[in-house]
Write a protein that binds this ligand. Structure first.
Ligand SMILES: CC(C)(COP(=O)(O)OP(=O)(O)OC[C@H]1O[C@@H](n2cnc3c(N)ncnc32)[C@H](O)[C@@H]1OP(=O)(O)O)[C@@H](O)C(=O)NCCC(=O)NCCS
Length: 390
């Protein structure tokens, strides 16, 4: 059934990065204020909140996040529910909010995601993140996410001839795009040589093949199409959404060169929107590692299996290419505070579609695509957004 009732009317994020001295609740409140009162949307109009955060219990010893964060953001009393799907927590919160508006249950809701990751050591953060893998067969045996995506990189290299240089090119593109994004963790371009020099984190992935450990928050306001014009002249409609899951245990996967939940969620969203990959002007995909962007560009149907690296080499996915991917820098260079990421991706698509992406503006911006997955792609949410006047 096509979606017909939900619009995004605002979206904002905090700066991502190592935000020393700023707590999760402060970041969350900042993002909420930027997406509401600072753009003329009164907080009293918000009827419910959908909150994404992955694992604050291990990172800051804080559970029961939704009411706590809402209270701090000046929204005490609202129905507030936390959504957790590892790195896809933000997008699952968003999808639940879309369904709530589509059903007519609410008119106007807040979706907000956040994570405070840098208050613990990298080792501790790695251990916390590993909870998104299958503990019985993977994390308890020492497998970490860099290790998991290294397996995917090796498989892609063996099957399609993707090279370490291709991976590095994804990092170069991410850092280039992020260099003009003032909210990015890394605002510095890197050369191909620099990308291929640092230490291995998990062979063949080097430092620059990994997204960093980050703090940050993002928020959007969704409302019914009928009410959208009250808040903005440029609403963006949610025209398709898809969600799928896959086996957590990698031993049950047939193939490491593709993530079946990404393929399945994309197909569902395209079908719902009545659109296909050729209709998408650009995409924001879950590039937690460089190989993840290459695989995602194939799984979402932009390129045939095995042709993602070539598209990257040929500049097709560059900011000024035919199919820009991660035009503001992606997780790799903007940062990846996991619970915030899916919401931030929606913020990026929204800003691109309304023509407010500044130096990172894509040329064609009627329809945009977002892809957010959790763990090793065991959860995936895809959304397709279109400017109401397009
Ligand atoms: C790659 C990783 C291990 C590096 O952590 P680390 O070894 O503790 O690195 P540090 O924080 O000490 O940083 C060392 C330097 O590298 C830089 N750096 C850290 N991570 C980086 C990254 N991912 N990309 C580029 N530079 C990075 C830091 O800014 C710092 O630079 P400086 O010396 O100029 O200040 C860590 O970022 C990581 O685990 N990333 C993966 C996160 C993840 O798995 N997320 C979930 C995905 S599903």
């Amino acid at each position: 059934m096509p979606l017909k009732n939900t619009s995004i009317v605002s979206g904002a994020q905090t700066k991502f990065g190592y935000l020393d001295g700023i707590s999760q609740r402060e970041m969350f409140a900042e993002a909420v204020d930027k997406a509401t009162v600072e753009v003329g949307i009164p907080k009293k109009d918000i009827q419910a909140a959908f909150v994404g955060t992955f694992i604050p219990e291990m990172l800051i010893h804080q559970g029961h996040s939704a009411p706590l964060l809402l209270d701090f953001a000046g929204l005490r009393g609202l129905p507030a529910t936390r959504h957790e799907a590892a790195c896809a927590s933000g997008a699952t919160a968003l999808r639940a909010a879309v369904m709530a508006i589509e059903s007519g249950f609410y008119d106007t809701v807040l979706v907000a995601g956040s994570e405070k990751m840098t208050s613990v050591s990298t080792n501790r953060a790695t251990e916390a993140l590993a909870a998104a893998a299958d503990d019985m067969f993977e994390s308890s045996m020492g497998l970490t996410f860099p290790g998991v995506f290294a397996i995917a990189a090796v498989a892609h290299m063996e099957k399609y001839g993707t090279s370490p240089e291709d991976l590095a090119l994804a990092a170069v593109k991410a850092h280039k795009n992020a260099s003009t994004n003032p909210l990015a963790q890394f605002q510095k371009e890197i050369t191909l040589e620099k990308a291929m020099t640092p230490r291995y984190i998990a062979w063949p992935l080097r430092l620059f093949d990994c997204s960093p450990i980050s703090d940050g928050a993002a928020a959007i306001v969704l409302t019914s199409k009928e009410k959208a014009k009250q808040y903005t002249d440029t609403p963006v409609d949610v025209v398709g959404t898809g969600q799928a899951s896959a086996s957590m245990n990698l031993c049950d996967r047939e193939d490491f060169t593709s993530f079946e939940a990404s393929v399945s969620a994309s197909k569902t969203a395209y079908k719902m929107a009545g659109l296909g990959p050729k209709d998408m002007d650009f995409a924001v995909v879950h590039d937690c590692f460089t190989i993840a962007e290459i695989i995602a560009s194939e799984d979402i149907g932009f390129f045939k299996p095995g042709e993602g690296a070539k598209a990257l080499r040929d500049g097709v996915t560059a900011l000024d290419g035919d199919k820009p991917i991660n035009p503001m820098g992606g997780l790799k260079a903007v940062g990846h505070p996991v619970g915030a990421t899916g919401v931030k991706q929606a913020v990026v698509v929204y800003r691109e579609l309304i023509g407010e992406a500044g130096a990172n503006q894509v040329a064609k911006h009627d329809t945009g695509f977002m892809h957010n997955f959790g763990g090793t792609g065991a959860s995936c949410v895809v959304n397709i957004f279109r400017r109401s006047d397009a």
